[in-house]
Design a protein around this ligand. Structure first.
Ligand code: HEC
Length: 123
């Protein structure tokens, strides 16, 4: 009888331990899915997002809407005038980007938001 009680406690313990473990993970990474929000940089985070989602239309000599997203200086201009965040966050006052494609992932938008709030540095 004692062995069964011990065994039950042991198994319950495993479940409780696991529950705590996952609770903590939720607190550490509120956005979930391993979205890296700690090391957000222009070169390591933002530029690759734009490379994959924007530069096909916004680079070269005749970019759509005269907007370039493939270099820091031109990007900084549309960050500062609000068009970059307006378009990517689907603010109704701007054309939603990327055009005719699904909105950027929650993680990408979170990273872009963090980058802008940290001063949109060329890092
Ligand atoms: C398939 C081509 C295409 C892609 C991909 C694309 N754009 Fe655009 N973009 C356009 C066109 C065309 C316009 C002109 C407005 C319109 O037709 O909606 C535009 C306009 C814009 C504007 C101005 C919006 C405004 O209302 O002032 C911004 C900023 C912009 N794009 C940024 C981006 C960013 C950032 C991405 C990637 C997340 C992106 N675009 C992806 C074609 C594209």
């Amino acid at each position: 009888m004692q062995r069964i009680i011990k065994l039950t406690l042991f198994i319950t313990g495993i479940f409780v331990f696991h529950a705590c473990y996952f609770d903590k993970e939720e607190l550490l990474y509120p956005s979930g899915n391993g979205c890296d929000t700690t090391n957000v940089t222009y070169s390591g985070t933002v530029a690759p997002i734009l490379e994959n989602n924007c530069n096909t239309c916004h680079s070269g000599t005749d970019p759509f809407a005269g907007i370039l997203t493939d270099n820091y200086d031109d990007l900084k201009t549309i960050v500062d005038n609000g068009r970059f965040w307006g378009a990517t966050s689907h603010d109704p006052n701007f054309s939603p980007m990327p055009k005719d494609r699904p909105q950027l992932s929650e993680c990408s938008l979170l990273q872009i938001d963090i980058w802008i709030k940290n001063g949109a540095l060329n890092d």
